[in-house]
Every structure is written in C-alpha cells, then in structure tokens.
Design a protein around this ligand. Structure first.
Ligand SMILES: Cc1cc2nc3c(=O)[nH]c(=O)nc-3n(C[C@H](O)[C@H](O)[C@H](O)COP(=O)(O)O)c2cc1C
Length: 199
C-alpha cells in the first residue's frame, strides 16, 4: 500500500520535473527574456547603435526606450548651428532646406563602422527625415549595414521618410520602421516591433 503511494508520488514528481524542464527549454528559445544584464531583448551577439536627431524631444524619447531595450550605444545627431526655437521659423527653414537639398554640418558626424545594426531615428520634417539625418547618412558608409528606422510625426505619418533613407544608403538593408505620433510611443509596441524584425 505504502509502496504504491510512494510510487504514485514519485511518478507525479517526475512528471512535474519533466514539465518544468520542458518549460525551461521553451523559454530558452524564446527571444524576449530578462537576462543577467537586465535588458529585455537579447542582442548580445550584435553591435547596436541608436542614432537619432530630435528637435523637441519626441524622437529622443523613442531612442532612449530602444536603448533601454537593446542595451546598444546611443548617439545624438546634432547640427553645428542649432535650429531656431520659434516653431514657425524652424518650419520655414526646414522647407527651404528640403527644397534645396541642404545637409547642415554636424557637431560630430559619428562613426557607424563598428556596428552591424543602426537604429536611425528622426522627426518627420516636410514629409521626410530632418535635414541633419540626411547629413548623418551621407557622411557615413552604410554599405552592408542594417538600418532600423523609426520616426515621430505630427499626424501625417512616416510619409517618404524610410524610402528616402534607403535612397541615401542604397547598399544598406532598411528594415520595417517604427512610426509613432508625437510622444505616444509605447515600450510594448517597440519591443514587439524589434522582436518581429528577427535581427
Ligand atoms: C520643421 C518641421 C516640419 C514638420 N513636418 C511634418 C510633416 O511633414 N508631417 C508631420 O506629420 N509632422 C511634421 N512635423 C511635426 C513633427 O514631425 C513632430 O512634432 C515630431 O514628433 C517632432 O519630433 P521631435 O520632438 O523629436 O523633434 C514637423 C515639425 C517641424 C518642426
């Protein structure tokens, strides 16, 4: 009788152990996990850069969320001559820059040489990327790199931002982008987007 109970108990214990092991294995192959570095997405085998330009902080906030999730290095694209604080003045200046394909000088052109994956963020300016991002794309060599674009906009969506990025870096692989309205980006959406890219 006791033997039988013991047998039943040990069978149950073995079944629980097997189930636990199976669960552990499936978690191991799943991409999202809180690893020992506290990062949410495991990209330890990739060199990741998050480069962004932001005029009023929305794109910067997305860049920082991506940085926290991936643990990559972060680089702020900054024009040598800061844009005017007055909104309508900057809107007019950006229009002139677009019409004349002006690429303003940067404080630092950055260096993408040591990175495989470059997240590249911009506000949408006149239906495309902001001019300092154009400079960044032309001053660096993106051949065989993966560009993961993201942008924030004021209601018009990404427009031709991502296709224009591909034009300025024709030998890069430009992935699907993450597009958000003003300051509405969500960590959960960003995480889902990155995981779906299978970088
Ligand atoms: C010069 C300028 C041009 C803009 N052009 C557009 C546009 O074409 N389409 C759009 O949806 N939003 C446009 N916006 C709104 C910005 O894309 C939006 O506010 C963005 O989130 C700002 O990002 P930031 O805070 O990182 O600078 C424009 C804003 C500025 C300053």
């Amino acid at each position: 009788m006791i033997k039988e109970i013991l047998n039943k108990t040990s069978r149950k214990t073995i079944a629980i152990i097997i189930l636990a092991l199976l669960l552990l294995c499936s978690f191991g192959t799943y991409k999202i996990f809180a690893n020992s570095t506290g990062k949410e997405i495991n990209m330890s085998d990739k060199k990741v850069l998050i480069a962004y330009y932001s005029y009023s902080g929305n794109t910067k906030s997305v860049a920082e969320k991506i940085q926290k999730l991936t643990g990559g290095d972060i680089f702020e694209i900054q024009p040598q001559k800061p844009y005017p604080k007055d909104y309508s003045t900057v809107v007019n200046q950006a229009q002139v820059e677009k019409q004349n394909d002006i690429k303003p000088e940067l404080i630092n052109n950055g260096n993408v040489e040591n990175y495989n994956i470059i997240f590249l963020g911009t506000p949408v300016w006149w239906y495309t990327m902001a001019s300092p991002v154009k400079t960044f794309l032309t001053k660096n060599n993106f051949d065989n790199k993966v560009i993961v674009p993201f942008c924030t906009h004021g209601g018009g969506g990404a427009s031709s931002t991502y296709t224009d990025m591909q034009k300025l870096a024709p030998n890069a692989k430009v992935t699907e982008g993450y597009t958000s309205y003003e300051n509405s980006a969500k960590d959960s959406e960003i995480q889902k987007w990155i995981n779906n890219l299978n970088l």
